[in-house]
Design a protein around this ligand. Structure first.
Ligand code: CAP
Ligand code: MG
Length: 419
């Protein structure tokens, strides 16, 4: 018996017209006693118009117009489903996820299921704003349009606990050492020990001071993550203080929050942290691949997005991170007019990580290190200097070992982090 009593959720001869369908790719392990076809059919039904039983209320029109179709099933559990575009509300990211990444994860018909990717027609993707700045816009703010080098960033550490004054002092040292970008950590918002507004004022003052003393542009991303109304208040405060960037934890704040802030067109770039993504992203048999999150983040308008550090402390292999980085820079097709996103590599990185990341991911990346800067034997400024020295060496094609001979901060970093 077909799931929900309706057949025709599977049509392996279907010719999918790209402009009329959103297609999603899943990895599916059927539940015991179910075939892959049965599981695929149940997924297509539950994520389009069906449920477990035949409905007295079903209309032929609905079946014809909105029934999703499994149009590809292959042996290793990969299935592809075509969803009529009318199922999706233009510009509504939460609804997209509620559909292709909603109930299906809990269905008893599947043992495991992972949403690997999706493709959507241009008119749907273009119904989202995309990044306000993108790579070029951020390079303009940072003054790196000509050099087109990777940006070096740091996260003030300890993650939480410093006073705004201490926080600003650490940020100042990092900027003086050559960091382009300093951000709050993902769990730092507004606390008794670090009220948001006081921290923003002090850190932006430090950024101005560092800019004046180095002649280099500096960026600071305060973490505004909170309820949407509080995020807006915080973002407007950053703007009023002359800030050029804000940070949102896009998974915990949710894409509704991201869209709300993006929709205000505040004229500041949005740095997207992805804390919690691995709750559903790292298990290769069940959940949602980071590529899906990255595509939706770009559509919703984030300018910088964490995509994985490959050689750092977080999971995410080279193939996956390379693919996401490529996807973030894709132009044309459904991404026409949508700006590319600055990919951020972070997590357990240090100057030693830079040669590999530069060789593997190229120039349009931001390489961030928290411990890799503030854990330097000679402190934050030396750590930032070592990061820039490692970038210089990588861009000149000189090995770190060689370059360290004439650069003390890098030598000490190699000694400390190379153990
Ligand atoms: C890195 C970090 C970042 C993670 C996020 C941290 O600090 O600030 O949040 O990198 O991971 O809190 O761990 P360290 P991802 O440099 O000290 O490791 O970028 O994979 O989302
Ligand atoms: Mg962090």
């Amino acid at each position: 018996m077909a799931y929900g009593g309706y057949s025709k959720y599977v049509d392996l001869r279907m010719r999918v017209e790209p402009e009329k369908y959103l297609t999603a790719v899943f990895y599916v392990e059927p539940a015991k006693g179910k075939s892959l076809v049965q599981a695929a059919e149940a997924v297509a039904a539950e994520s389009s118009i069906g449920t477990w039983v035949k409905l007295s209320t079903m209309q032929d029109r609905v079946l014809q117009k909105l029934q999703a179709k499994v149009f590809e099933i292959n042996r290793n559990g990969i299935i592809k489903i075509a969803y009529p575009l009318e199922i999706f509300e233009n510009g509504n990211a939460p609804q997209l996820l509620s559909d292709i990444a909603g109930n299906i994860f809990g269905m008893k018909e599947v043992e495991n299921i992972r949403l690997l990717d999706f493709e959507a027609p241009k008119k749907y993707v273009q119904s989202f704003p995309g990044p306000a700045f993108g790579v070029e816009g951020i390079r303009k703010i940072a003054g790196t349009l000509k050099e087109r080098r990777p940006h070096i960033g740091t996260i003030v550490k300890p993650k939480v606990g410093l006073t705004p004054k201490e926080n600003a002092a650490v940020a100042y040292e990092a900027w003086m050492g050559g960091c382009d970008f300093v951000k709050d950590d993902e769990n730092l918002t507004s606390h008794s020990f670090s009220p948001f507004e006081e921290r923003v004022v002090r850190v932006l003052e430090a950024a101005d001071k560092a800019e004046a003393e180095t002649g280099a542009k500096k960026m600071y991303a305060p973490n505004i993550t909170a309820s949407a109304d509080v995020m807006l208040k915080r973002a407007e405060f950053v703007k009023a203080q002359g800030g050029n960037c804000i940070m949102v934890d896009v998974i915990t704040a949710g894409f509704a929050g991201v869209q709300f802030i993006r929709g205000r067109n505040l004229g500041m770039c949005i740095h997207a942290h992805r804390a919690m993504h691995a709750a559903f992203g790292r298990n290769k048999r069940h959940g949602i691949a980071m590529k899906v999150i990255a595509k939706i983040s770009r559509m919703c308008g984030t300018d910088q997005l964490h995509i994985g550090g490959i050689v750092g402390k977080m999971e995410g292999d080279e193939k996956e991170v390379r693919e996401i980085s490529r996807e973030m820079r894709k132009l044309g097709g459904c991404w026409r007019k949508m700006k590319p996103v600055f990919s951020v590599c972070s997590g357990g990185l240090s100057p030693l990580s830079i040669p590999f990341l530069y060789k593997t991911l190229g120039r349009d990346i931001i390489i961030q290190a928290g411990g890799g800067v503030h854990g330097h034997p000679d402190g934050t400024r030396a750590g930032a200097i070592a990061m820039r020295q490692a970038l210089d060496a990588s861009m000149r094609g000189v090995s770190l070992k060689e370059y360290a001979k004439g650069h003390e901060e890098l030598r000490k970093a190699v000694e400390k982090f190379g153990k």
